[in-house]
Ligand binder design. Sequence first.
Ligand code: KIV
Length: 340
Amino acid sequence: MRFDASVRVYPVWASKPRCGRPIYTLCVSLSPQDGNGAEVRLREAVTLKTLRRMVSRGEKFACLAAYDATTARWLERGGVHVLLSGDSAAQVVLGHDRTIDAPIDFLVQITAAIKRGAPKTLVMADMPFMSYHASVESAMLNAGRFMQEGLADVVKLEADATFAPLIDRMTRAGIPVCAHVGFRPQTTAVLGGPTAQGRTKEAMETLVDDAVALEAAGAVLLLVEAVPAEVTRRIVEATSVPVIGIGAGTDCHGQILVVHDLLGLTDHPPRFAEAVETLGERIKAAGAEWAERVRTDRIGGSRYTMRDQSGGSSGDATGGASGGTSRANTGGADSPEESR
Ligand code: KIV
């Protein structure tokens, strides 16, 4: 992050100005800027208390599933309150068809990456398939990994009321849990495909009972996926923790989407996901432009060639002895890039 320094000199009159002359005082103010020189608004870290306060004031909070530090950094700058290291990473990052293929080590790593990129955002870690089902002990240890190695603020489990004892145990150990109810993508194989939930009176009552039981067990947040708006309304009325929705109507306190769906990167997004960008098309155009520049030898001019130690061009793309291509390189006359 860069800082823009503005310097101002103010006259300060003493109570009895001598010779009518003011005393001058120098004020230097630093405003943080992003890589494009735009001012960055610094904010307080978002915590569970922040979300509760927003709920009590009737303010909605914004959540997104994201998967890397750079995207997280920009989303925090945009004012997103909660980032989820979703097991949807299996699909949008790793190219699998199902969320159950998300490896736990990978999710722990990207959770920490998101927190490093967005340190003032509440980061929620999605516990993947089989990381909390085999035994209470392995579930506890895996949740602990997300908290310690993954720097998570909250872990998320796909749950019905049968998970209440596990959530109770995690809560008593100091692990804040978000209980994900409604359509639970990790159960897709049992359902026979992605299926909206809570569509009969009986199914709605079961979901509301699940949500109440999970809050009673200690869940600090609820996430409701793919249910009719009436179910969400009932859950919001019956519980007192912040409720996040996805494809569940507008009655919840916060809303979440997969960032790839929001950015227009997904070929077949869910019906409820409305894109605000067409980044896929823009990446395609950028790729085509790059290919054309490479084909026609139009790449970057003198900036593209490192100097050798005599000050001339080395013709060595790595920049010779003092260059290198590391992204951690912090700059300098012979450095190929500034620190990200
Ligand atoms: O993994 C995921 O993307 C989710 C959604 C609820 C956003 O769990």
